[in-house]
Ligand binder design. Structure first.
Ligand code: FES
Length: 107
């Protein structure tokens, strides 16, 4: 493993995630949401920062994910809260595609 590979973990295979969809995965014990939008892939924590709900059960509209429980909305590219009741931003992760694998970088 080269230095550039430090922290990168397999999260899913490319075929698991269709454009415009969100997928919840477990990576090294963390619950992460993968999003396919704008021909790119983004990753954030999957658990809403407001209470306990999986964003992968919510609705993806372009680059915005809406929580299924109380409808907070977040920008999937930056993790920033766009609409309450959440006040805390989501953690985001770097994503890369290697062959058929979607990988995320954990720190
Ligand atoms: S749990 Fe997501 S908005 Fe309340």
């Amino acid at each position: 493993m080269s230095g550039n590979d430090v922290g990168w973990m397999r999260a899913a295979v490319r075929g698991d995630l269709a454009e415009g969809e969100v997928l919840g995965v477990e990576v090294a014990g963390r619950s992460i949401a993968l999003y396919a939008a704008d021909d790119a892939i983004f990753a954030t924590d999957n658990i809403c920062t407001h209470a306990y709900a999986c964003l992968s059960d919510g609705w993806l509209d372009g680059e915005v994910i809406e929580c299924p429980l109380h409808a907070a909305r977040f920008d999937i590219r930056t993790g920033k809260v766009l609409d309450p009741p959440a006040t805390e931003d989501l953690k985001t992760y770097q994503v890369r595609v290697v062959g058929d694998e979607i990988q995320v970088r954990l720190d």
